[in-house]
Design a protein around this ligand. Structure first.
Ligand code: 13P
Ligand code: SF4
Length: 314
């Protein structure tokens, strides 16, 4: 079913605020959302913070300005609440790289392995996993697993390789990656560093090893934000989706943030899925109360366990 057509003179911001009260809704937004969506949200955060907020909210309706797997996580944690996503096509290349039937056979071939799975995956893949993690808590979780327990880490091979280095653990990796974080140009980042010799390079662990090698700091989106607040530096080259720069500029207005450029002259460093959500679609999903996240009961039941384990271990 298609959402209703909207008249161009609707004041989206005012209407969203009005609907939010009327519906007793909470708007959760990821750092990669358009600035105007971040500014309207009740909470802006990384995947872990948004999952935590989804778990504790008193709102009747959760409006998720993010991508599908994030909204699914909110639904799994709140099966009795309505969870809305402005555009159901807001997917994730990492989640797409790991179809549940293939993941199931990967697990069956490695029965003695514990499956630690990055939250960027479908609810079906979560249901087949032992523990979920995000880029914020993955290291902490892996460090709690006994050394003699073999681990399967899915679906991001870059994050997996980074974690193997950090924890000194060998893990069997799924061969997935993020189209956005694989786009950064090492050559252009080195050029920028020549232009701004004092700049610190900060990167998300989904980036390739060649980029991470140059980074002064590596962390999840909220850890990157915290780093630029705490660090005494003035210039930062930011190797993650540039949506986060909005919060960085808001939080520390005097500092200079340079988005790490992609290899080609394109906007491939912007997440095409995150950017499917617009203010208009946010308004429409609240007005029409759809698109809504609906999941089968057995998937909710099975995927809740590894998410709860994550929350307990982080
Ligand atoms: P964070 O959990 O660091 O916000 O990452 C989410 C994501 O999709 C990164 O591409
Ligand atoms: Fe997925 Fe990459 Fe977009 Fe994050 S930036 S939601 S990992 S496609």
């Amino acid at each position: 079913m298609v959402n209703s057509i909207v008249s161009i003179d609707v004041d989206f911001e005012a209407e969203i605020k009005r609907l939010k009260k009327e519906m007793n809704a909470v708007i959760l937004a990821h750092y990669y959302q358009e600035s105007e969506i971040q500014d309207l949200a009740d909470v802006v955060g990384d995947s872990l913070e948004l999952a935590r907020k989804a778990k504790t909210t008193n709102a009747d309706v959760i409006v998720f300005a993010g991508v599908h797997f994030m909204a699914e996580t909110a639904k799994i944690l709140n099966p009795n609440k309505q969870v809305l996503l402005p555009d159901l096509d807001a997917g994730c290349s990492l989640a797409d790289s790991c179809p549940a039937p293939l993941f199931k056979s990967f697990r069956e071939k490695n029965l003695n392995h514990l499956a630690i799975t990055y939250i960027n995956c479908s609810a079906e893949v979560k249901a087949l996993s032992d523990i979920i993690c995000t880029s914020s808590n993955a290291e902490k979780i892996i460090n709690q697993i006994p050394n003699d327990q073999p681990i399967l880490f899915s679906p991001d091979r870059n994050l997996g390789k980074y974690l193997m280095k950090k924890t000194g653990r060998q893990m069997l990796l799924w061969d997935g990656s993020c189209i956005v974080h694989e786009t950064f140009s090492e050559r252009k980042i080195i050029d920028l560093k020549t232009q701004y010799p004092d700049a610190k390079i900060i990167a998300h662990p989904e980036c390739e090893e060649a980029i991470l090698m140059h980074a002064d700091f590596i962390g999840s989106t909220s850890k990157l934000l915290k780093f630029v607040v705490d660090d005494s530096g003035k210039n930062f080259i930011v190797a993650t989706e540039p949506g986060i720069i909005h919060q960085m500029e808001k939080t520390v207005p005097g500092k200079n943030f340079i988005a790490a450029p992609p290899e080609k002259n394109c906007s491939c460093n912007e997440c095409p899925y995150m950017k499917l959500n617009t203010l208009e679609k946010l308004y429409l999903c609240m007005k029409d109360r759809r698109p809504e996240i609906i999941l089968p009961e057995d998937i909710i039941e099975k995927s809740l366990k590894p998410i709860v384990r994550m929350l307990e271990m982080s």
